[in-house]
Design a protein around this ligand. Sequence first.
Ligand code: ZN
Ligand code: ZN
Ligand code: ZN
Ligand code: ZN
Length: 151
Amino acid sequence: MLNPLIADMLGKVIDISSKTCEFKNGLFGRCGAEAAGLCQYCGRPFCAKHGVVLDDDQQVCNRKVCLAKRMDLLRHLEYKAAAEELNEAGVCGLPGCNAQIGAQCTRCQAYFCPRHAFGREELVLENRVRVRRMASLCKHCADRRPLWAQR
Ligand SMILES: [Zn+2]
Ligand SMILES: [Zn+2]
Ligand SMILES: [Zn+2]
Ligand SMILES: [Zn+2]
């Protein structure tokens, strides 16, 4: 009997050796080449030509929405680092604002003045039921949501 934790981890390892690239090649349908990785955003296998496997184990395919997510994540980390720095000085996380902190964004966890983070209704899944709840979001995080809702 395997340690359940190890068994769980092993269960998550997906064997890609039998998979082929699902990237759509214009009019010719799926690429079909041997898979080199599995996209962390859409879950589709991709070949060496149609995606990247990075040193830090990120695997992202070349679909437009997946590339956009990768770029967005990089930008988001920069945004967050800048906001945290401003928060340490006790001011709103938006560069140039300098107003006093009012609310915390539930997404990036940074603090903003009441003008730059405000309550929005959002739909969340709770026990498989969609419920509306109020969450404070900064504008940056609110703007990112349509992208991340795509698959
Ligand atoms: Zn993808
Ligand atoms: Zn391919
Ligand atoms: Zn935010
Ligand atoms: Zn502000």
